[in-house]
Design a protein around this ligand. Structure first.
Ligand SMILES: Nc1ncnc2c1ncn2[C@@H]1O[C@H](COP(=O)(O)OP(=O)(O)OP(=O)(O)O)[C@@H](O)[C@H]1O
Ligand SMILES: [Mg+2]
Length: 416
C-alpha cells in the first residue's frame, strides 16, 4: 500500500489545554495558536470534560498535578469516553511516571519547563499517528467492503443458477399437474354421474363409453405413474431452494464476531453447494469425513468463506491444466479428521500445482497469477487471516508442480 504523505496542516486541529495555573495555560495556548492549531483552555478536569462533551478535540494537553481531579484521572475518563489523544505535562518526571502515563492511555508527555519547539513537535507527532490510524481504519473498512461486494457479485451469478434450475422444474411439474388435474376432473365428473345412475339401479351405457374414451386419451397408467414423481420432484426442488437460501444466510453474516459451536461438515457442504457453478464442469468433488466429527467454536460465515476460496482456487487450478472442453474432469477431494486437539481439513486438487517460486507469495494480499477479472489475489490472504488471526489456527500447502495441490487447515477444537 502506498501511504499518502500525511500533512497535518491539511485539516484543522483542535486542542484543549488543561492547567490550573493561568500563566502556563496562556503560554501553551500561545505556542499552539502560533503553530496554527485551534486551541481552547480549561482550568480544571471538570471544565475540560464539559468542553469535551460540547465539541470534538483531537488532542488534550493536560497538567498532571491539579486540585480536585488530577491529570491522570482526567486521562482515564477521556480514554474511556472520548476519541481525543492525551499529552500529559508534568514538572517532576521519574522513569516510572512515563510507564504509568502510557499505561493509562496517554499518547505522550511533556516535561516542564518545556520549549515551544518541543510542545509543537510532540503535538504534531501525536496528530500524525492519529491521522495514520484513521487512514488505516478507513482503508481497511473500504477494502473489506470491496471484498464483500466482489465476492457477492461472483456468488450471486452461481446462486441465481442454483435457484433457477429447481424453479424451472417446479414450474414445469406444476403446469403438468394443473393440466392433468383438469383432464382427470372431467373424468371424475363422468364417474360421479355414472355412480348416481348406478344407485338408481340403471346403467348409463353412453356414459361408460365416454369414460372409456376419456381414459384412453388420458393414458391413465402413465398419468398415475407420473403424478407422484412430479410431486416428489417439486418437493425436492423446493428443498434445494431452501438449502440455497439457508446457505446465503450463513454467508451474509461474515462480519459477525461471535464464535458459535459449528458443524464443519455442514460448512463444507455449504461451500461445495454455493460454488457448484464454478466446479461442476471441471471437477468431481468428493468429501470424506471422520464419523462423529466434533463441533468446534468458530465463526461459521468466515470459515465458509475460507472453504469457498479454497474450492474455487482448486477448480481454477484444474481448469488451467485439464482440457475440460473435451469433457475431461479433475478431482477435488475434501477430507476432515481430528488430530489430538485439532480439526484438520484438507482440500486437494489435481490442478497445475504451485511452482516453488510462486509458493511463498500466494498468501500475500493482491498476489495473483490469474488474468484481470478472474482473480484479485485476495482469497488466500483473507483465508489466512481468518484461520490464523481470528481462529488461532494454521493453514499450510503441499504442492507438486503439474500434479496438484493440497491446502491444509487446522482449527483448534477447544478454543476460549
Ligand atoms: N489450488 C491451487 N493451485 C494452484 N495455484 C493456486 C491454488 N490456490 C492458489 N493458487 C495460486 O495462488 C494465487 C493467489 O490465490 P488467491 O486465492 O489469494 O487469489 P486469486 O485466486 O488469484 O484471486 P481471488 O481469490 O481474489 O479471486 C493464485 O493466483 C494462484 O496462482
Ligand atoms: Mg482465489
Amino acid at each position: 500500500m502506498t501511504q499518502k504523505h500525511l500533512d497535518i496542516d491539511d485539516d484543522q486541529v483542535h486542542i484543549l489545554v488543561v492547567d490550573d495555573e493561568d500563566p502556563i495555560q496562556r503560554l501553551v495556548k500561545q505556542i499552539l495558536d502560533s503553530a496554527g492549531f485551534q486551541t481552547r483552555t480549561a482550568s480544571n478536569g471538570r471544565e475540560a470534560l464539559k468542553y469535551l462533551k460540547e465539541a470534538s478535540f483531537d488532542v488534550v494537553i493536560s497538567d498532571i498535578v491539579m486540585p480536585k481531579m488530577t491529570g491522570i484521572e482526567l486521562t482515564k475518563k477521556i480514554v474511556a469516553n472520548y476519541s481525543a489523544d492525551v499529552i500529559l505535562m508534568t514538572g517532576e518526571i521519574a522513569r516510572y511516571h512515563y510507564g504509568k502515563m502510557i499505561g493509562i492511555g496517554a499518547s505522550d508527555f511533556v516535561q516542564k519547563p518545556f520549549s515551544p519547539e518541543e510542545i509543537i513537535l510532540r503535538t504534531k507527532r501525536v496528530i500524525r499517528e492519529r491521522r495514520l490510524k484513521e487512514t488505516q481504519i478507513s482503508f481497511h473498512n473500504k477494502l473489506a467492503l470491496a471484498q464483500k461486494m466482489e465476492a457477492m457479485g461472483q456468488l450471486s451469478a452461481g446462486l441465481a443458477h442454483e435457484i433457477n434450475t429447481p424453479i424451472q422444474y417446479i414450474n414445469d411439474n406444476t403446469l403438468f399437474l394443473k393440466d392433468t388435474f383438469s383432464d382427470m376432473d372431467l373424468i371424475i365428473e363422468k364417474f360421479l354421474h355414472l355412480f348416481q345412475t348406478l344407485k338408481t339401479g340403471s346403467i348409463d351405457t353412453s356414459m361408460v363409453k365416454q369414460i372409456e374414451t376419456a381414459l384412453d386419451q388420458l393414458d391413465l397408467d402413465y398419468t398415475r405413474r407420473e403424478i407422484p414423481q412430479a410431486i416428489d420432484q417439486a418437493i425436492e426442488g423446493i428443498d434445494r431452494i431452501k438449502k440455497v437460501i439457508q446457505t446465503m444466510k450463513v454467508f451474509s453474516h461474515p462480519g459477525k464476531k461471535n464464535h458459535v459451536l459449528t458443524d464443519v461438515h455442514h460448512c463444507l457442504q455449504n461451500a461445495i453447494m454455493i460454488s457448484k457453478n464454478e466446479w461442476k464442469h471441471i471437477a468431481d468433488v468428493s468429501i470424506n469425513m471422520e464419523p462423529d466429527l466434533p463441533k468446534i467454536k468458530c465463526n461459521p460465515g468466515e470459515i465458509n468463506q475460507v472453504f469457498l476460496n479454497l474450492i474455487v482456487n482448486a477448480s481454477h487450478a484444474i481448469s488451467e491444466k485439464t482440457n475440460t472442453q473435451f469433457g475431461d474432469k479433475g478431482k477435488i477431494e475434501i477430507r476432515a479428521h481430528t488430530k489430538k486437539n485439532w480439526l484438520e481439513i484438507s482440500i486437494s486438487d489435481t490442478g497445475t500445482g504451485i511452482p516453488e517460486t510462486v509458493k511463498p507469495k500466494v498468501f500475500d494480499p493482491f498476489f495473483t497469477t490469474k488474468e484481470p477479472g478472474k482473480g484479485t489475489g485476495q482469497g488466500l490472504a483473507i483465508s489466512r487471516s481468518i484461520v490464523k488471526d481470528r481462529h488461532h489456527g494454521k493453514i499450510s500447502i503441499e504442492t507438486c508442480e503439474g500434479k496438484g495441490t493440497t491446502f491444509i487447515i487446522e482449527l483448534p477444537i477447544h478454543q476460549n
